[in-house]
Write a protein that binds this ligand. Structure first.
Ligand SMILES: Cc1cc2nc3c(=O)[nH]c(=O)nc-3n(C[C@H](O)[C@H](O)[C@H](O)COP(=O)(O)OP(=O)(O)OC[C@H]3O[C@@H](n4cnc5c(N)ncnc54)[C@H](O)[C@@H]3O)c2cc1C
Length: 393
């Protein structure tokens, strides 16, 4: 029987951060992961460059049934604290749109930094290791049985992440541990995920595959200005991934293909100025021709602007500024970046990440019902929640 102070389950972003902080406090820490490599999602994130945080982090960038829960951790370990770590390791990075921060070279820089910190303080990382049993054996102790060992520890940190990309080692184990200890788990679903289209729409819009357009995508709850990408499976691109986190099955999504332009006013001005061009020539100045061909009736497109009635203009404007689409569904966990829902935050201390009912049991990162927007927010939540738990385990 090995005696350890803290066992962290999951060698991902939040688990490694928690292990580092606990180790710095002199705690004997073991990180257990069933995968053959630590931090696989870090390596694949941000197209291999890891969008590790954002210059602008606010509770509004997160979705949770308990919208206040994330505030404390995010303020105690902020984006500036993570940037200070990056600075110590002289990791080169750059800012992209909306304050998103990416590595210049590779996401591996981030994982190497975390593993170097773990090494400094002798965190024991056990890979290819399956936990078979977790039991609470007294007020202050847990017993874990793995396929390698029997372990007794004071704190267990569940850092098993969400369900996205099962190929990378994602499992529902964190939710099962919560349920085993009677901690509520809220329904989960794939988020930051492309939409699939209804069969008819799929056929209709297949000609647009590969086109990306800066748009405003909205539903009743949220709206995002970013690119929409038409794919051979449906709709993707940052604006679609963002709205997918706010979408419920069966709902419509609205797309404004020219959010910076008042299309009616532009067309009326040209009509008043006696512009005689065909509508399609005018619209080609603003939008890809293939898109215009699919959005607007041919009869209108080949008409001269002078021949279009006000009713025709209303139809044109509606199709450009308020295109409505009812997705068939999402691509699911196979391609989703994150999981919406998870361990109910009302059962967890926002200060320590410890269960309010099971002393010594902590939950950090994506396994909790805290889901960030696209833009480095999910990692910032992993760093912040892992850091907080690391102060108390
Ligand atoms: C393709 C992709 C790109 C992404 N890009 C970004 C980005 O650029 N910026 C951003 O902020 N977020 C991004 N994300 C989201 C981000 O990766 C996650 O939110 C973040 O990694 C969550 O950290 P975590 O520690 O909670 O979980 P993870 O990092 O997923 O770690 C969980 C760990 O637990 C282990 N585990 C799971 N089940 C078990 C088990 N039964 N036993 C033992 N170990 C187990 C896993 O193997 C894994 O190592 C991306 C996600 C994906 C899928």
């Amino acid at each position: 029987m090995q005696k350890i102070d803290v066992v962290v389950i999951g060698a991902g972003a939040s688990g490694l951060m928690c292990a580092i902080e606990a180790g710095k406090r002199g705690r004997k820490v073991m990180v257990i992961d069933h995968a053959n490599k630590a931090g696989k999602k870090i390596l694949m994130s941000g197209g291999g460059r890891c969008n590790f945080t954002n210059y602008q982090v606010d509770a509004e960038n997160f979705i949770s049934q308990n919208s206040h829960f994330c505030k404390s951790a995010l303020s105690r370990f902020s984006q500036w604290d993570f940037l200070a770590m990056i600075d110590q390791y002289q990791i080169p990075f750059h800012e992209r749109s909306h304050g998103q921060l990416f590595c210049d070279d590779s996401a591996k820089n981030i994982l190497d930094m975390l593993l170097a910190e773990c090494k400094k303080i002798n965190v024991d990382i056990q890979l290819n290791c399956t936990i078979n049993i977790i039991k609470k054996i007294s007020d202050k102790e847990f017993h874990l049985k793995t396929d390698k060992d029997n372990i007794q520890c004071q704190s267990v940190v569940v850092a098993t992440g969400g369900l996205s990309i099962p190929k990378m080692g994602a499992t529902a184990y964190g939710y099962q541990i919560a349920e085993q200890f009677d901690i509520n788990v809220l329904p989960v679903c794939a988020a930051l995920v492309p939409f699939t289209l209804q069969p008819d729409d799929k056929e209709r819009y297949s000609a647009l595959s590969g086109i990306a357009v800066p748009c405003e995508v909205s539903n009743q709850r949220q709206s995002f200005k970013e690119n929409v990408l038409f794919t051979h499976r449906g709709l993707s691109g940052p604006a679609i991934l963002q709205i997918s986190s706010y979408w419920k099955a069966g709902e419509l999504v609205q797309v404004n293909f020219l959010p910076e332009l008042d299309v009616r006013q532009m067309l009326l001005e040209k009509r008043n100025n006696k512009v005689k061009m065909q509508l399609k020539t005018i619209l080609a100045e603003y939008l890809p021709k293939r898109l215009v061909d699919v959005l607007i009736q041919q009869k209108l497109l080949i008409s001269s602007l002078q021949d279009l009635s006000n009713k025709d203009l209303t139809e044109v404007v509606k199709n450009i500024e308020n295109w409505q689409i009812k997705p068939n569904g999402t691509e699911g966990y196979r391609t989703a970046e994150v999981t919406l829902g998870g361990v109910d935050c009302s059962e967890i201390s926002s200060k320590t990440m410890q269960s309010l009912t099971v002393p010594g049991l902590f939950f950090v990162g994506e396994v909790l019902d805290v889901t960030g927007w696209l833009g480095g927010y999910n990692f910032q939540w992993a760093w912040a929640s892992g850091w907080c738990a690391g102060q108390y385990v």
